[in-house]
Each structure stands twice: as structure tokens, then as C-alpha cells.
Design a protein around this ligand. Structure first.
Ligand code: JHZ
Length: 419
């Protein structure tokens, strides 16, 4: 099924259903890993690049990466932290509260987060007075989470780690995976792990950007080496066939350009009834949108190629008129856009970012310097290109002064806009 070459695995069969009909949708070129920010001394070294191609399984409809990069290359030292955005932290607080109303939690309940990062989500659960435990592969993040008072096991989640964790800490009432399930190569193994670690009447909640929103809003820059899967509900239902777990409810929300939250329980569990109405409604919406048809994906690829041409034309006009352009948010997706569009310091002078760990570094592949957010007020650029479009409201509000003084913002997606 898999071929391995130099930290890279090529997928020949679908990672959920093993279907052999995988169609390449779009090739975003050979790119460095999206969170591979560089220090000044790394700039002269050769940077590894990996193919970035997504393909579509015509059997179960999973959109997935054609090539998988070795997780240790991407996650051992990880610079992204969720607490760099107020919007995301507020979303986490509401998620914890809503879970507490679905399943009553007390000081004996254990909540486990897979891919717990700096502990941002678990802090919200700890504030409700429950026991929490993180699991994360990044050495640096385990230390940062400890400073936040969140105990974290370093490791990649699978059934072996789940068993070890269950023996030491007991079974969990809630297991969470927000924006991490797409990072896990062996999905059947991950569900097996959840089943091992989850209590009899526990709930597993996964949330991730929804493929229908990705296609609908042209969010091509969320396609990157860390995101191996872009799930539809149909593909997840296929995944559940071989598992002891089943989906009992599903909701859409607008985080990260449009996300989906999926609730799982044990097939044999009795606490939560399966919300067939919701599940069927979303399946119906998927079918109507064309999520199960190859041509929907080819049309998406065409739109992205056109977006690239329109965007580059506009930027070239601005540069001809000697306009100074900088970027906002050194997000992983910023690096996909920069590398795919072929932009570097000739176009974007610098990028500002609120994450202290990214400041002072340079973007992978394109070598644009990253500064703290106040740099904008020292240099007053004509245009600020918002790479973190998912937080454009928060960013524009925060920089009202820049806008009131005549500053302009550029957004590339869903279509090119100047604000
Ligand atoms: P943000 C990461 O992607 C990686 P990224 C990961 N693979 C994933 O799935 C998604 O998260 C969800 C900055 N910023 O959250 C902070 C400001 O500077 O969209 C971040 O660097 N000022 C796990 O990297 C970046 O923008 C601000 O006011 O695309 C946003 O990155 C705000 C609000 C953000 O994730």
C-alpha cells in the first residue's frame, strides 16, 4: 500500500477504505514543511522540500495527501500555539462549557486531549474542576504545557500509547481531538486507541476544518503536509464501519473558515442516542454539493489556478506603483500560499505575528522575516496581506488605528479583496 523514500511515503490506496481509485486533484508544488520556520543561521542551509499533492478517493470520498512526510520531521519541535488567537481560545472555552452540559463532569472525570499543544483547550476543562491530561508529540510543547500546569505525555497517539495511558491514569470520560485527527496517518489505529482509552459511556469529540468549506471558499492554503485527510461525513462513516465506535451527532461551526464537530460513542454504549436526523441532513447536503463527485474537485483546482493568476496580477500592479506590502500572521497556511504563489521578500517586506516563538525567525522556503505585531506602526505599509484570514475580524479590529489612518488590508480567499 505504501512506498517510503527519504522521510516520505507515497499513498497508493485510500487510507480509510483501501480503494485503489485515487485521483490527483491539485499539485501545489514541492514545498518545505509549513511550520518549518528558520533561524538566521539556517538560511544558507539546503531546505528539504516535499511534494504537496491532494488526491480524491472515488469510493469513500476522502480527500487526502498523496505523499506523507515523516511526522518526526514535522512535529518534534512545533512552533504553532493555539493561544496566539483570542478567537480560538474563546472557541475552546465554549466547547468545554458545551461538553459539560452534554455529559456531566465532576472532579473525578478525566478529560484527555490528543494533540494538546500548549494546553489551551485543557485549561478550559481544568477551569471546570475536572482532571485533565494532554498527549502531544512535540518536545517543546510538552514543556510549555507544563508551565501552564497541564500534564502532558509526549507521544504519537495509537492503541499502544492509549493502553499505557489507561493503565496509569484510568479511562477518560471525554477524549478530544481538535485540529489533530487530520494529522494522524493511521486512522483505524487512532480509533482503536480511543476505544481503549475511553470509559464505557465516554464521548470522543473530533473537530477539523470541513472539506465542503475548503472547496466552497477556495481555502487551498489549508492543504499542507500536516493535514493528511480532509474528511467528509461519508468518509468518516466508512471509517466507523471497522471500529467499536460510531458517530452519534455532528455540528458545523465557523472556526477556521468552517469546521465540523463530530461526536462519537461506543456502538455498545447506551447514554447517547444517534441523531440520525442531523447525520442524514449533512449527508444530503454533501451529496447535493457534489462532494462525492470527481468533477467538483477538478473545478476547485481550476478556481485555484485562476485565483493564483488574479492575485499575482494585482500584486504586480501594486509593486509597479511602489506600494509597500507586508503580511499578517505567519500561519502554516501563509507558507503554502507564499510557496505556491512564488512570493518572497521582493514582494512582502516582512510578516508580523503574535506568537513569541515565531518572532525573529524566517518563513520556510521564502525567507521572509517575522516580527512582533507593533512593527506595522513603525513602518506604516500601504497594504497588509492577512494570511490568517480565519482571524481577519480579530486582526482588523485590533489594528483599527492602522486602517483609520488609511492603511489597507488584502485578503486572498475566498476571492481577492481589498479592505
Ligand atoms: P492559525 C495551525 O495552522 C496548524 P495555522 C495546525 N496544523 C492546524 O490545523 C491549524 O492551526 C488549525 C497569528 N496571529 O491559528 C498567530 C497574529 O499574529 O490560523 C498564528 O501564527 N495576530 C495545527 O498556522 C497565525 O496568526 C492575531 O491577532 O494556519 C494564525 O494561525 C491573530 C488572531 C493571529 O493556524
Amino acid at each position: 500500500m505504501l512506498t517510503t523514500v527519504n522521510n516520505l511515503i507515497e499513498i497508493k490506496k485510500c487510507r480509510i477504505c483501501e480503494g485503489a481509485e485515487l485521483f490527483d486533484v491539485i499539485d501545489l508544488g514541492d514545498q518545505p514543511i509549513p511550520n518549518g520556520f528558520l533561524s538566521k543561521k539556517d538560511l544558507t542551509k539546503k531546505e528539504p522540500r516535499y511534494p504537496l499533492i491532494v488526491c480524491f478517493c472515488s469510493n469513500c470520498s476522502l480527500l487526502q495527501l498523496r505523499y506523507l512526510v515523516n511526522p518526526e520531521v514535522m512535529f518534534k519541535n512545533y512552533l504553532y500555539i493555539p493561544s496566539s488567537s483570542k478567537t480560538r481560545v474563546e472557541h475552546f472555552r465554549k466547547l468545554a462549557e458545551s461538553m459539560n452540559s452534554i455529559i456531566k463532569l465532576d472532579d473525578k472525570s478525566l478529560v484527555i486531549d490528543i494533540g494538546s499543544n500548549d494546553g489551551s483547550l485543557l485549561i478550559c476543562f481544568r477551569n471546570l474542576g475536572v482532571r485533565v491530561l494532554g498527549i502531544d508529540p512535540a518536545e517543546n510543547l510538552v514543556k510549555i504545557a507544563a508551565l501552564n500546569g497541564i500534564e502532558t505525555i509526549r507521544g504519537y497517539f495509537d492503541s499502544k500509547l492509549a493502553l499505557k495511558t489507561a493503565r496509569r491514569y484510568g479511562k477518560a470520560k471525554i477524549i478530544l481531538s481538535t485540529n489533530t485527527i487530520a494529522h494522524i496517518p493511521n486512522l483505524h489505529e487512532a480509533l482503536k486507541g480511543v476505544s481503549v482509552l475511553m470509559g464505557k459511556e465516554g464521548i470522543f469529540v473530533m473537530q477539523f476544518p470541513y472539506v465542503m468549506d475548503l472547496l466552497d471558499k477556495n481555502l487551498f492554503d489549508t492543504i499542507y503536509h500536516e493535514h493528511l485527510s480532509y474528511f467528509s461525513l461519508k468518509s468518516l462513516l466508512k471509517l466507523s464501519e471497522k471500529s467499536e465506535l460510531e458517530i452519534f451527532d455532528i455540528e458545523r461551526n465557523d472556526l477556521d473558515g468552517g469546521a465540523i464537530r463530530v461526536f462519537w460513542k461506543r456502538k455498545a454504549g447506551t447514554l447517547n442516542k444517534v441523531n440520525k436526523k442531523n447525520i442524514n441532513r449533512i449527508l444530503e447536503e454533501e451529496k447535493k454539493y457534489g462532494l462525492y463527485e470527481k468533477k467538483t474537485y477538478s473545478k476547485f483546482a481550476d478556481r485555484i489556478k485562476t485565483l493564483k493568476i488574479t492575485f499575482l496580477q494585482k500584486i504586480s500592479d501594486l509593486k509597479k506603483n511602489k506600494k509597500k506590502i507586508v503580511g499578517y500572521g505567519a500561519a502554516a497556511k501563509a507558507n503554502v500560499l507564499l510557496n505556491y504563489f512564488g512570493l518572497d521578500t521582493k514582494t512582502i517586506d516582512y510578516i508580523v505575528d503574535s506568537t513569541p516563538y515565531k518572532q525573529g525567525l524566517f518563513t520556510p522556503g521564502t525567507h521572509i522575516p517575522i516580527y512582533s505585531e507593533d512593527k506595522i506602526y513603525n513602518t506604516i505599509p500601504d497594504y497588509v496581506l492577512i494570511f490568517a484570514w480565519n482571524f481577519s475580524k480579530e486582526i482588523i479590529q485590533k489594528n483599527k488605528k492602522y486602517k483609520d489612518n488609511g492603511g489597507k488590508f488584502i485578503l486572498a480567499e475566498p476571492k481577492l479583496q481589498i479592505i
